[in-house]
Design a protein around this ligand. Structure first.
Ligand code: NAD
Length: 466
């Protein structure tokens, strides 16, 4: 299988190549093109040249192209899902869900429009608000959900008349490149360009004078670099960054029936989810029982190669993340009690046994930092307001959840939690029509929904005297 960049409507080799590793086997999965700075410049130039034509294309035509991309993703779902499992590690069923989700996100945006809003229409004046495309969008994506996170950016960017240079993460570039091959003939040349790098072109894209906006998903540390890098050209930015979502479980919850949902919220995609539940506060009256239930689920979870039938948790996506999570677990052992997992799995690949740590407190790395892996700290609380205060004390503010059998009690707690999204009796549910964005160090701006679409536009007012 050969992979190519997509620049100006053509599939081209990279000026260099790099190896992509299958995290389940640690073997080389494919040689992947690595774009040079000159190729990045070509991609931006192609997107810039394609912009006026695409912006002038009627929105109904743009919608048709976006719907055709959704169709082609679905038509190739099996191949894409298999490739996604091989490069990312997630179980095939999850990969398949991500592929169909990606198609659904593309399709959702074809249901939106950008109507002119009349702000005032009086004897004195008529004032209209228009939404205009920005130009070339740089879309930068991480390695945990290579396809669906791209679908937060590319369809709204295209729908609103922008052109795009997409850059996937260096360890998961193959599905994006495969997508480039599939959509090459759907879009006019230069409207969507896909380049890959070894972590060296994101900064170049961010600083590029011909790029009008960076839509970035990744870590908070890199997000800060994007913000700094965008300053010189006053670029628009949307930043979807890290999180340390708290779940607060009130005393009226049944541990047995709730534990499986909590487990899924924390361990889905091996905890490599920006909105995974990353610390769990449980009321003291049900603490022991909940710890036992979660530990049991962790011990019984089937860890293995995502291509193997029945696998629930695959490997960590890359070596660096594997080492980071193992270090966090070792550190947690100093103050907490590990009641499930706690070590790497006995097989080749970046596998870690799902790990539950109890009797741990705020002020430790595992509780305070974003672990981004299959390890969950469970913290005991006695007072609801104290649990909320601890949940809110984090510099992150992406998501959070409250769990209770009483909707009014849950709502009152949800209202006090400071994050971009608070779920009640569920966690980490995203849908294309629901706006999503972080508070504090978890991000800037919004993706998805109508608000997410607007972020790819410039507001333009036409104010006419009568
Ligand atoms: P990362 O920040 O290391 O990399 C993300 C992307 O940025 C990659 O494509 C990378 O090549 C690129 N990049 C690297 N240096 C850059 C620079 N100087 N300028 C511009 N781009 C640069 O993140 P990661 O390790 O791939 O992903 C994990 C992180 O992403 C976690 O913190 C996670 O919470 C976060 N994340 C957030 C969301 C969200 O929607 N809020 C979703 C998924 C992941």
């Amino acid at each position: 299988m050969t992979y190519n960049l997509l620049i100006n409507g053509k599939l081209v080799a990279g000026d260099a190549t790099m190896d992509v590793i299958n995290p389940a086997t640690e073997d080389v999965l494919a040689a992947c093109p690595r774009a040079s700075k000159a190729q990045l410049d070509e991609a931006v130039a192609a997107a810039k040249a394609a912009f006026p034509g695409w912006a002038a294309t009627p929105i109904e035509e743009r919608k048709k192209a976006i719907a055709a991309i959704a169709d082609v993703i679905e038509a190739n779902a099996n191949d894409l899902a298999r490739l996604l499992t091989q490069e990312q590690g997630k179980p095939l069923a999850d990969a398949t869900g991500e592929v169909y989700g990606t198609a659904a996100f593309f399709r959702y945006f074809t249901s939106l429009d950008m109507p002119v809003k009349v702000i005032e229409d009086s004897d004195a004046k008529r004032v209209e608000a228009h939404r205009k495309p920005l130009g070339v969008i740089g879309a930068i994506v991480p390695w945990n959900f290579p396809l669906i996170l791209m679908a937060f950016k590319v369809p709204p960017a295209l729908l609103s008349g922008n052109t795009v240079v997409l850059k996937p993460a260096p360890t998961t570039p193959l599905t994006a490149l495969k997508l480039g091959e599939l959509v090459k003939d759907i879009l006019p040349a230069g409207v969507l360009n896909i380049i890959t790098d070894a972590n060296d072109l994101g900064a170049e894209l961010t600083a590029h004078p011909d790029v009008q906006k960076i839509s970035f998903t990744g870590s908070t540390a890199t997000g800060a670099k994007v913000m700094a890098g965008a300053a010189a050209t006053l670029k628009r930015i949307t930043l979807e960054l890290g999180g340390n979502d708290a779940g607060i479980v009130l005393d009226d919850v049944d541990p047995k029936t709730t534990a499986p949902q909590l487990f899924q919220s924390a361990f889905q995609n091996n905890g490599q989810v920006c909105i995974a539940m990353k610390r769990l506060y449980v009321h003291e009256s049900i603490y022991d029982k909940m710890c036992d239930e979660l530990a049991e689920l962790a011990r019984n979870a089937i860890v293995g190669d995502g291509l193997k039938q029945g696998t629930q948790l695959g490997p960590l996506q890359n070596r660096m993340q594997f080492d980071k999570v193992m270090e966090t677990i070792e550190d947690a052992k100093k103050t907490g009690n590990v009641i499930a997992g706690g070590s790497r799995a006995e097989q080749k690949g970046y596998f870690i046994q799902p790990t539950i740590v109890r009797d741990i407190e705020d002020g430790t790395r595992l509780v305070d930092e974003e672990q981004f892996g299959p390890v969950l700290p469970i913290i005991k609380f006695s007072d609801e307001d104290d649990a909320v205060a601890r949940a809110n004390a984090s510099p992150y503010g992406l998501g959070g959840s409250v769990w209770s059998s009483n909707a009014d009690r849950a709502y009152a707690v949800a209202d006090k939690m400071n994050s971009g999204t608070i779920w009640v009796n569920k966690h980490a549910e995203l849908a294309p029509n629901i706006p999503f964005g972080g508070s504090k160090n978890s991000g800037l701006g919004t993706e998805l929904g109508e608000e997410g679409l607007e972020e790819f536009t410039q507001l333009k007012i036409i104010n006419m005297a009568r």
